[in-house]
Design a protein around this ligand. Structure first.
Ligand code: KG4
Ligand code: ZN
Length: 336
């Protein structure tokens, strides 16, 4: 089956054509970063308008790259939520229009479940597995039985890890998005220079919290009442490296706790922050030491894309799940 996948939940306009959930014929991602960088974050209205402007050209490009015509598409999978409401609606409306015109099924897909699915593409994740989805909007741990059977084990009670990277980068005078900027700045730095807190690391739960860590960086830079000068410090590299080390410690520590808690020996980490080299290195070390099978999807599948949406859509369809034309988008992550 040939599925067209559409992803517009945040600031990437993405369309893919995927065969039988695994063979990627095209995977086009139009990043809106240049539109949002001057605001140091995604501006929802700007994102919706850009999706509206670019989605159809991106659909055309994805079909062309795949070498197929619209009439050959067997179903359309689209991100239903969570995400920005206006952004989601652009993708959902386009998907509904396409299926109504073509007379093929529609499959609404959960964005977080789609991120997990990215680990099933290619070499493939062995199940049962623990999955950590860590991005600008989410930091969530799951128990994964199959592509369509996932159970939430824990998630952030405040900021997402990527959001902390973005906010701390801004404090340090670095560019947006903050993750890659901090990673680069940290290269020449000493990760043990500042002992930032590791929030909830010793906690029994599988939840995360990053807002206190972000505040700790602010206090370190501007004093206890955050009233010091706002200029970037001289030791940006050390602070960036120390902050990165704290985030990585928490993410790796919670993955290990989830593996122990579930007695599972297979792990995947995906989402934009999974592009972080220090995180990947630490995960590889810990997995080797503990004899855990680690699967890190290639970077292009870790960040937002529509191949993961089309892929998961295929498995839902194969299990008999499709969506009526009146489905709504949703903005908040599901609890299960
Ligand atoms: O998954 P994604 O592309 O979009 C969603 O948020 O869904 O993730 C974007 C997030 C941003 O917060 C960005 O700063 C972070 O991923 N990120 C990184 C790196 N590359 C992107 N964080 C740490 N290190 C990186 N190399
Ligand atoms: Zn995402």
């Amino acid at each position: 089956l040939l599925l067209l996948g559409i992803e517009t939940s945040c600031d990437e306009t993405a369309v893919a054509v995927v065969e039988d959930g695994k063979r990627i014929l095209s995977n086009i991602v139009l990043s809106q970063v240049p539109l949002h960088e001057e605001f140091f974050g995604v501006v929802p209205e700007v994102a919706s308008r850009a999706h509206d402007f670019w989605l159809l050209p991106v659909v055309k490009t994805a079909l062309k790259k795949a070498g197929i015509s619209l009439a050959e598409i067997d179903a359309v999978a689209v991100t239903q939520g969570p995400g920005l409401i206006g952004a989601l609606l652009v993708g959902l409306t386009a998907a509904k229009t396409l299926v109504a015109t073509l007379g093929v099924p529609l499959v609404g897909v959960d964005h977080l479940q789609a991120h997990i699915y990215s680990a099933f593409i290619g070499d493939g994740l062995t199940t049962p597995a623990v999955a950590l989805v860590v991005s600008g909007g989410h930091t969530s741990l799951y128990r994964v039985a199959s592509p369509i059977e996932v159970e939430l084990l824990g998630r952030t009670v405040d900021d997402a890890a990527g959001e902390a990277f973005d906010k701390v980068a801004r404090m340090l005078g670095l560019s947006y998005p903050g993750g890659p900027a901090i990673e680069k700045a940290a290269e020449g730095g000493d990760g043990s220079a500042v002992n930032f807190p590791r929030p909830m690391l010793t906690d029994e739960s599988l939840d995360f919290s990053f807002s206190g860590l972000k505040t700790a960086v602010l206090y370190h830079l501007r004093g206890q009442n955050a009233k010091g000068p706002a200029e970037p410090p001289d030791d940006v590299a050390d602070i960036a490296a120390s902050f990165q080390e704290a985030v990585v410690d928490v993410l790796v520590g919670k993955c290990i706790r989830a593996l122990e808690f579930t007695s599972i020996r297979s792990l995947t980490v995906t989402g934009g922050v999974a592009a972080n080299k220090r995180l990947r290195q630490r995960l590889v070390e810990e997995a080797e030491r503990r004899n855990i099978k680690l699967h890190l999807p290639p970077l292009a599948l870790c960040t937002d894309n529509a191949a993961m949406v089309a892929g998961l859509g295929y498995h839902l369809l194969a299990a008999g799940v499709s969506s009526p034309l009146d489905i709504d988008s949703y903005t908040e992550a599901k609890n299960s």
